[in-house]
Design a protein around this ligand. Structure first.
Ligand code: ADP
Ligand code: ZN
Length: 433
């Protein structure tokens, strides 16, 4: 049973829809000052794009292009037809803005509702949105999807943990949307209050907006006694509602009727072989106000091979490994913060937060990992702590192939953000940021 019949289409019918929509969206995009200029410069005739096989004729669009078109040069209709704008969180530099018409907002809400429905959320469920509202798309984007489905929707917003907990209790909330690092932090607040989150009514969590590992998902599921589903999106492609896990919890179905995905080699921009990790590139297939063609997300993932047992043909992408610009190069070794997380979150004594610090000692770069230890394990006995420290160092060395400096700290002592977690602090100075 699907929220939208398009979920159950066979591959060929889906591709016919994609071809038709691609054809239309390219003609539409040509009306924006940005694409009309780029098409002209690169000699692209929108009429040459007749279907999926012509995709390579189109230029790629980068984050820099979006910044250069700030504020409205990618609009292909008058700004008076727009009813909302959102901006990226600005995690990696100046924010970019995306506009929506009323129809765009309806389409977006439908996509998000589809995600909720896929994992069993129904109109009788009570939903609390713990992500920041405002320009961030995890607020209103998720909110209107939940309302579209018909859930009682509590716009709790970010932070204010004690009030979050009271709302969860008072309204018997069954479903939450929460950033994974905040879910781990909130667990420590429950603990401080002497409350067990498993005593609540929670069944389902939608977690996303930042990279996180399978280990973190399992932790969240264990702490709260629910099922947690990975939710992927980015403001350039509306926000949430781009790709979402089905009940199989094995990869996220990317809604291919709305977004045309490619995975390319970030260096050569050529398509990666099936199943290989590369940069995800997405084209909006339905957005009328501000279409974006072949957008380089900088997010690294791969298509999962084979059909999904749930029956949906929309291809699945793997958990996001990180952004291409997240990669740390230290002593010539490439490291992704998620590798550190995978190791740490698999160790029972490790608490809910950690921080990676990059330093320079003389000419040598060093990686230090500050690790919170659960309060019951943060004991006076130095030998016990030293043993734990050595064990963590060894496990990290096996994963990273270099030896980090591990520092154990007390629970709740590391900086905690209400939004996306800042996992890496680079203190190496100019030119190595
Ligand atoms: P910003 O790029 O400033 O963070 P957005 O709020 O639009 O702005 O965030 C989108 C980005 O967040 C994605 O490109 C991706 O890097 C990250 N992201 C979103 N959802 C997930 C997820 N489920 N797993 C990993 N990363 C995610
Ligand atoms: Zn599935």
């Amino acid at each position: 049973m699907y929220f939208d019949p398009v979920e159950g289409l066979d591959r060929q019918s889906l591709e016919e829809i994609q071809s038709e929509r691609l054809r239309d969206i390219v003609r539409q995009a040509a009306c924006s000052p940005f694409y009309s200029r780029v098409f002209q410069e690169q000699g692209v005739d929108p009429l040459d794009v007749r279907g999926l096989s012509d995709l390579a004729l189109l230029p790629l669009t980068s984050k820099e292009d979006l910044r250069a078109s700030y504020p409205d040069k990618m609009l292909c209709r008058p700004i008076s037809e727009m009813v909302r704008l959102h901006a990226s969180s600005g995690t990696t530099g100046a924010a970019t803005v995306v506009f929506h018409t009323a129809k765009d907002l309806r389409t977006w809400a439908d996509l998000v509702a589809r995600c909720f429905y896929m994992v069993g959320v129904r109109p009788h469920d009570v939903f609390q949105n713990m992500s920041g509202y405002g320009l961030f798309t995890g607020g209103l984007g998720i909110h209107y999807g939940a309302e579209r489905l018909g859930c009682l929707t509590i716009p709790a917003g970010a932070g204010n943990s004690k009030r979050q907990i009271k709302l969860l209790q008072d309204f018997q909330v069954t479903t939450i949307h929460i950033i994974p690092s905040y879910a781990l932090h909130l667990a420590t607040v429950f603990e401080g209050l002497g409350l067990d989150p498993r005593d609540l009514f929670l069944k389902t969590a939608l977690i996303g907006a930042e990279p996180h590992t399978e280990e973190v998902r399992r932790r969240i599921e264990g702490i709260y006694g629910l099922k947690a589903y990975n939710s992927y999106g980015l403001s350039e492609m509306n926000g949430p509602g781009v790709a979402f896990e089905c009940p199989e919890q094995h990869g996220m179905h990317l809604w291919e009727d709305a977004f045309l995905p490619e995975i390319v080699d970030p260096a050569t921009l050529q398509p990666m072989a099936e199943g290989q990790v590369g940069e995800l590139v997405l084209t909006t297939l339905t957005r009328e106000g501000m279409p974006i063609l072949r957008y380089r997300t900088r997010d690294l993932t791969r298509f999962l091979p084979g059909p999904c047992p749930c029956g949906r043909v929309h291809r699945r992408i793997d958990r996001i490994l990180g952004r291409s610009d997240d990669m740390i190069i230290i002593k010539g070794v490439n490291i992704f913060p998620m590798q550190v997380e995978r190791v740490l979150m698999g160790i029972p004594e490790v608490g809910q937060n950690y921080l990676i610090i990059l330093e320079r000692k003389g000419f040598l770069d060093q990686i230090k990992v500050k690790v919170e230890v659960k309060s019951e394990f943060f004991v006076e006995d130095m030998r016990v702590l030293k043993g734990l420290q050595d064990r963590i160092t060894g496990l990290l060395r096996d994963e990273l192939l270099i030896t980090p400096k591990v520092e154990l700290v007390e629970a709740k002592s590391l900086p905690q953000s209400e939004g996306k977690a800042q996992r890496v602090m680079d203190l190496r100075g100019e030119g190595h940021g």
